[in-house]
Design a protein around this ligand. Structure first.
Ligand SMILES: C[C@H](N)C(=O)N[C@@H](CCC(=O)O)C(=O)O
Ligand SMILES: [Mg+2]
Length: 362
């Protein structure tokens, strides 16, 4: 199965409501689609979002990295030579993890097709169904309370509440939400780097004292502040999960060796795809550190790849793959099946993606 071409396109999907975090506000998913063609007629699909504030990757950057660096080094290669393809992909350009992820996903799609098997089975096949949380955007407490109640009405049992814009107001936000949803709903919070280390310790201890029952806190401090992350981890009882601090397997090793966090959030757009995410999974298994699998604002192609990884691996115990359900429409035929919080893998070969509507080819 030889790679004959790598084509690029764009999709635009409006969100149901604006997505707001301490880092940004977004109204639509604006992603790059990768289509890898082969001499057997098999097609592999990939996707990447330009999440500049987190990955540094912009639309132009993703297109340039693939067109000028990745594409020329992969054309003509045989998908059977998978390890060599992955080495070339990751050495063709440094950083640019979203561009690499989009191509890696399309290659794993082809890899599964080559064995006529769904990717999750090739990676471990631990389960077929997973349950995602849903994001509650950071707004005033009343609006977040309403959004939380609406999410519960749809059957979500875990809320991922965005905080990090004002720690005193964050405490009010969480009080309002816990009061409204009762004690049986699982609440995790994500500060998206918004707090200073001591502010994080103060705020989280206050939440503990108030009995707000927070499952975990995600990325309380700046991405590069590993010492600050460790200070928080060592001084609060709420488990700390790193997100923006871990892109590469090397980043994960630093966190694990320093015990700077309790949990790791894997995202294909940070690792550069499934190949490197698997390395972090193995490290986490060795250290006995559970992982979350997350996504950026992504549609169903790339999130389906994350679903397969989560379905394959037992150490991935927390799921934040709500990108497709935040979208007002689904342009993708095939792939994982999203029924609000319940996500099921499609048993088709590869990632089971059949078609993507509305691609504007570049
Ligand atoms: C969409 C997901 N629930 C999420 O919150 N992902 C990111 C932010 C993604 C973005 O800004 O596109 C996270 O910080 O966990
Ligand atoms: Mg996060």
């Amino acid at each position: 199965m030889k790679i004959t071409d790598i084509k690029l396109g764009r999709i635009s999907v409006p969100l149901k409501t604006p997505f707001k975090t301490a880092l940004r506000t977004v109204k639509s998913v604006e992603d790059i689609i990768v289509i890898i063609e082969t001499d057997t007629g098999n097609i592999g699909y990939g996707e990447a979002p330009p999440t500049g504030v987190i990955t540094g990757d912009t639309t132009g950057g993703i297109i340039g990295a693939i067109k000028d660096h990745i594409r020329p080094s992969l054309i003509g290669m045989d998908v059977e030579n998978f390890e060599e393809i992955m080495i070339r992909l990751h050495s063709s350009v440094v950083k640019n993890t979203s561009a690499k992820a989009a191509v890696d996903i399309a290659l794993y799609d082809l890899y599964g097709q080559m064995f006529n098997a769904p990717v999750y089975k090739l990676l471990g096949g631990y389960r077929k169904e997973i349950t995602t949380d849903i994001t509650i955007s950071v707004n005033d407490p009343e609006e977040m309370e309403r959004d939380s109640i609406n999410a519960i009405k749809l059957g979500y049992e875990t809320l991922k509440v965005k905080v990090g814009k004002d720690s005193n107001l964050d405490i009010k936000r969480l009080k309002a939400i816990r009061n409204a949803v009762g004690k049986d709903i699982n609440i995790r919070i994500d500060a998206n780097q918004g707090w200073k280390p001591k502010e994080a310790v103060y705020t989280l201890r206050k939440m503990e004292d108030l009995g707000l029952d927070i499952e975990l806190v995600e990325q309380p401090v700046l991405a590069h502040d590993i010492e600050g992350m460790k200070l928080v981890t060592d001084n609060v009882n709420i488990p700390v999960l790193v997100d923006e601090s871990v892109f590469s397997p090397r980043d994960a090793m630093t966190i694990l060796q320093n015990r700077a966090a309790d949990l790791i959030n894997l995202k294909l757009m940070k690792t550069g795809g499934v190949y490197n995410a698997l390395k972090i999974v193995s490290m986490a298994e060795i250290y006995g550190v559970e992982c979350m699998i997350g996504c950026m604002l992504e549609a169903k192609v790339s999130v389906t790849a994350a679903v397969h990884l989560a379905a394959a691996k037992k150490i991935i115990t927390k799921i934040d793959l709500d990108g497709p359900v935040l979208c007002s429409e689904d342009p993708v035929t095939g792939g994982a099946v999203f029924n609000n919080s319940k996500i099921t893998v499609n048993e088709g070969s590869g990632f089971g993606i059949k078609d993507i509507e509305g691609i504007k080819y570049i």
